[in-house]
Design a protein around this ligand. Structure first.
Ligand code: GDP
Ligand code: MG
Length: 163
């Protein structure tokens, strides 16, 4: 069985951009419109000799009780349940949001291994871009640029080690 990595985070943090880089596909829809990728989306990737499955999710709106946001949250929960490891992405340019904290609470309850990843970190100092996120209590964040590829291979190798 290939290990399963789920990409989780609020809309527009760069999940689909990372998914595309990991699977080298254009399958996941990347857009400037937040929340456009609404379905769970599976792909296959490989680092070195190690294959894995990755699930892109359409974002996470845990407060919604019905409607499209509720459906997206349901799908994200299912993706987390299927995952061996969760890559939880936050936006280093926007900083910490209340929404990130809600997702953290959910992930903690899920019992899954979680890697906190600060995306959009290209050209930024580690201490600056990560400072906000320590209060989530998920340890030292990884920093990547999904768009440029910085840190992505290391991140996947680490996540497969704990999967
Ligand atoms: P999703 O909603 O989490 O799937 O986010 P997307 O992958 O659709 O990306 C949302 C926006 O962030 C798009 O405009 C991307 O080009 C941009 N983005 C994604 N990754 C990066 C990155 O590493 N750096 C920067 N500067 N922008 C990024
Ligand atoms: Mg997306």
């Amino acid at each position: 069985m290939k290990p399963v990595i789920a990409l989780v985070g609020r809309p527009n943090v760069g999940k689909s951009t990372l998914f595309n880089r990991l699977t080298r596909s254009r399958d996941a829809l990347v857009a400037d419109l937040p929340g456009l990728t609404r379905d769970r989306h599976y792909g296959e990737g490989r680092v070195g000799e190690r294959p894995f499955l990755v699930i892109d999710t359409g974002g996470f709106e845990p407060v919604a009780k019905e409607g499209i946001m509720h459906e997206m949250a349901k799908q994200t929960k299912q993706a987390v349940a299927e995952a061996d490891v969760v890559i939880f992405i936050v936006d280093g340019r926007q900083g910490l949001t209340p929404h990130d904290k809600t997702i953290t609470d959910f992930l903690r309850k899920s019992g899954r291994s979680v890697m906190l990843v600060v995306n959009k970190a290209e050209g930024m100092k580690y201490t600056m871009v990560t400072a906000d996120f320590y209060e989530l209590g998920l340890g030292d964040p990884y920093v990547i640029s999904a768009a440029h590829g910085d840190g992505v291979t290391d991140l996947v190798e680490e996540s497969l080690d704990i999967a």
